[in-house]
Design a protein around this ligand. Structure first.
Ligand SMILES: Nc1ncnc2c1ncn2[C@@H]1O[C@H](COP(=O)(O)OP(=O)(O)OP(=O)(O)O)[C@@H](O)[C@H]1O
Length: 266
C-alpha cells in the first residue's frame, strides 16, 4: 500500500518549548486518518509542518514520497488544506470564491468552469452558488472551503477541525462530502478533531496526541487492544491514553479561541 503522508521523528520547538516530540505516523493512499488530542496537544503545529507553513525543528516529512523540505513547491501542488480559521470571503458569492481561488491556483481557463461546476455539485452547493457567502449556514461555508481546497485535484486533503461549532446535521453533511471525496477521488484525508463520534464515523485509522507525543495509533480495534479492553468506546480509549475527557476545555486562552471560532459560524 502506497503511503501518501509519512512522518519520521518529527520535532517542533518554539524557543525552549518542545510542542511536537519526535512523532512518526503514516497516512495510506485513499484512507481517512484522524489526529485526535486535547487542546494544546500539538495537532495544528503538526498540520502546519505537513502543509509546509512551518519548518520542522528536526525529522522528516514525505508527501507522496517527496521530502517536503526539498520539494516544497512541488508538494504544495498536491495538497489541499482547510485551516481552522475561515478562508472564504463572505462578501463574495460561493461561485466567486471558487472562481477567485481557481485563478489564484492558475487552473487553465478551459478547465475552470468544469471544475467549479463539479465541486459545486459534489458539495451540494449548486443552488446556492450565486448567493453571498454571508448568507450561508456554517455547514455550507465549511463545504465551500472544502471545495476551494480541492479545486486543483489534490492527492492529499488536510483539514484542521473542520466541523467545530457546526450543528449535528451540518456536521453530518461535511462528513458525507468527505466520504464522497474519498470514494470518488481516492483522496488521502487527514483530519484533526475533538469529536469522538466524528473520528469513529470517518476515520479508518486514528492517532491520539497528548502533550506533543503520539500516545497511541491504529484502527479502532487496534486502539481497543492497546488499551487492554475490547469492549470500550473511543471516548474511553481517549481518556485511557490522555487522562483527559474530550469534552473538557483547555485553559482560558484556548476556551476564548474556541468560543470565537464557534461564534463565527453562528
Ligand atoms: N507560533 C507559536 N509560538 C509559540 N508557541 C506556539 C506556537 N504555536 C503553537 N504554540 C504552542 O504549541 C502548543 C501546541 O499548540 P497547537 O495549536 O499545535 O495544539 P492543538 O493540539 O492544535 O490545540 P487546539 O486543539 O487547541 O487547536 C500550545 O502550547 C501552543 O501554545
Amino acid at each position: 500500500m502506497c503511503m501518501n503522508i509519512e512522518t519520521f521523528n518529527l520535532v517542533k520547538r518554539f524557543g525552549n518549548h518542545e510542542v511536537v516530540k519526535s512523532i512518526s505516523f503514516n497516512v495510506k493512499e485513499g484512507e481517512i486518518f484522524g489526529l485526535l488530542g486535547p487542546n494544546g496537544a500539538g495537532k495544528t503545529t503538526t498540520i502546519r509542518m505537513l502543509t509546509t507553513l512551518l519548518p520542522p525543528t528536526s525529522g522528516l516529512i514525505k508527501l507522496s514520497g517527496f521530502d517536503v523540505r526539498r520539494y516544497g513547491n512541488l508538494v504544495r501542488k498536491f495538497i489541499g488544506y482547510v485551516p481552522q480559521a475561515l478562508s472564504a470571503d463572505s462578501t463574495l458569492t460561493g461561485y466567486e470564491n471558487l472562481y477567485y481561488i481557481a485563478k489564484l491556483l492558475r487552473l487553465p481557463k478551459n478547465e475552470r468552469e468544469k471544475r467549479i461546476e463539479y465541486v459545486l455539485n459534489l458539495l451540494n452547493l449548486k443552488d446556492a452558488a450565486n448567493r453571498l457567502v454571508k448568507e450561508y449556514s456554517g455547514g455550507m461555508v465549511r463545504r465551500l472551503e472544502v471545495g476551494q481546497a480541492i479545486l486543483h485535484k489534490p492527492k492529499i486533503l488536510i483539514l484542521d477541525e473542520p466541523t467545530v461549532g457546526l450543528d449535528p446535521i451540518a456536521r453530518h453533511n461535511v462528513w458525507e462530502a468527505l466520504k464522497t471525496l474519498q470514494k470518488d477521488n481516492g483522496l488521502s484525508i487527514l483530519i484533526t478533531t475533538h469529536y469522538m463520534e466524528e473520528a469513529e464515523a470517518l476515520c479508518q485509522r486514528i492517532a491520539i496526541m497528548n502533550m506533543g507525543l503520539i500516545v497511541a495509533q491504529g484502527t479502532l480495534e487496534e486502539l481497543k487492544k492497546a488499551a487492554g479492553n475490547n469492549d470500550i468506546s473511543l471516548e474511553d480509549i481517549f481518556i485511557h491514553f490522555t487522562g483527559n475527557n474530550s469534552e473538557s476545555g483547555g485553559d482560558f486562552r484556548e476556551m476564548r479561541q474556541m468560543r470565537k471560532r464557534i461564534q463565527r459560524f453562528s
